[in-house]
Design a binder for this molecule. Structure first.
Ligand SMILES: NCc1[nH]cc(CCC(=O)O)c1CC(=O)O
Length: 309
């Protein structure tokens, strides 16, 4: 194989992380020619609506997957958290590279910590998951929806439309913006991350042996196992975008340790699960089963019917 065509979104973050990934590939294969193809997705076009209201999974990936199926590109580089838990027939995640920081980053005016925000402070977030977890622990805060690329959101904070915002640490770190910006990083007990947050998913055609061989050189099996647990949990919970769902797996003492969370959007109902094990699919499925037994399914069913109205 002499040349590989790479599909990516054209946001600043997508281009930056794609370049960082292909640089790591180029380091292993100095003679490989790498060509980029930028693809605009539906999620990039709709910028004024809360994403969970737009509905449909894979808003940031569908057009790129179509380009893979059409053989216009050889690999697609996605933020794993944007990739639905079920892939189209014929496509697979050929490689999961090293994971960036999976945590959420809290950024406030005057660097006030989250726990010190006064009553009525306005926190901007784009995600039901962050909103629900905030309201559960800090019911005195006001959540307002914010959208746009990272720099747009940071500007909205500067303009003081919000007292604080929460963004994925990974995006800020990849852009090199984290040091002078972040007030504090929220750990798993403060704010459990989104499924796949901080990881990239490199998607390709399942039968493209040449590409799969190349991708092996930059694959991280530990990250692949952890994100497989998270994605199995997501799949089993049948999380539509209407459901606040979180999950994070780490390797701990040679085992996988997973925490999952399902909440109502107002943060009042909260179902959590913690599981250890060695087999990713089993852990994800077990966490989902435990939560369903405890009643989490009720939240999902309510939200799914409301969502279709
Ligand atoms: N929701 C959009 C999105 N998809 C991926 C990232 C960057 C972080 C990552 O790669 O997990 C972001 C931005 C954010 O949530 O702040």
């Amino acid at each position: 194989m002499t040349k590989i065509i790479v599909g990516t979104r054209r946001s600043q973050l997508a281009l930056t992380q794609s370049k960082q990934f292909t640089d790591s590939l180029q380091a292993k294969f100095p003679d490989l020619e790498i060509e980029f193809k930028e693809i605009v997705t539906k999620g990039d076009q709709i910028v004024d609506v809360q994403l969970s209201k737009v509905g449909g999974k894979g808003l940031f990936v569908k057009e790129i997957e179509q380009a893979l199926l059409n053989k216009e590109i050889d690999i697609a580089i996605h933020s794993l958290k944007d990739v639905p838990s079920v892939l189209p027939e014929g496509l697979i995640l050929g490689c999961i590279p090293d994971r960036e920081d999976p945590r959420d980053a809290f950024i406030s005016n005057n660097h006030v910590k989250l726990k010190d925000l006064p009553e009525g402070s306005v926190v901007g977030t784009s995600s039901l998951r962050r909103g629900a977890q905030l309201l559960n622990r800090y019911p005195h805060l006001n959540i307002e929806w914010i959208r746009g690329n990272i720099d747009t959101r940071l500007k909205k904070l500067d303009n003081e439309a919000y007292d604080a915002i929460i963004l994925a640490a990974a995006g800020l770190k990849r852009m090199g913006w984290s040091d002078d910006t972040v007030t504090e990083y929220l750990d798993d007990t403060d704010m459990l991350p989104a499924i796949g947050q901080g990881a990239l998913g490199i998607e390709c055609r399942a039968d493209n042996k040449e590409v799969l061989d190349i991708l092996q050189a930059v694959h991280n099996e530990d990250v692949a196992r952890c994100t497989a647990v998270e994605r199995e949990f997501l799949k089993r919970m049948d999380g539509s975008c209407q459901v606040p769902i979180a999950g994070h797996a780490v390797i701990d003492k040679g085992e996988i340790y997973f925490r999952g969370l399902i909440m109502s959007p107002d943060g009042r109902q909260r179902y959590a699960s913690e599981i250890r094990g060695t087999e990713p699919e089993t852990i994800g499925a077990e966490a989902a089963r435990e939560m369903q037994e405890n009643g989490a399914q009720e939240i999902i069913e309510t939200l799914n019917t409301e969502g279709s109205r």
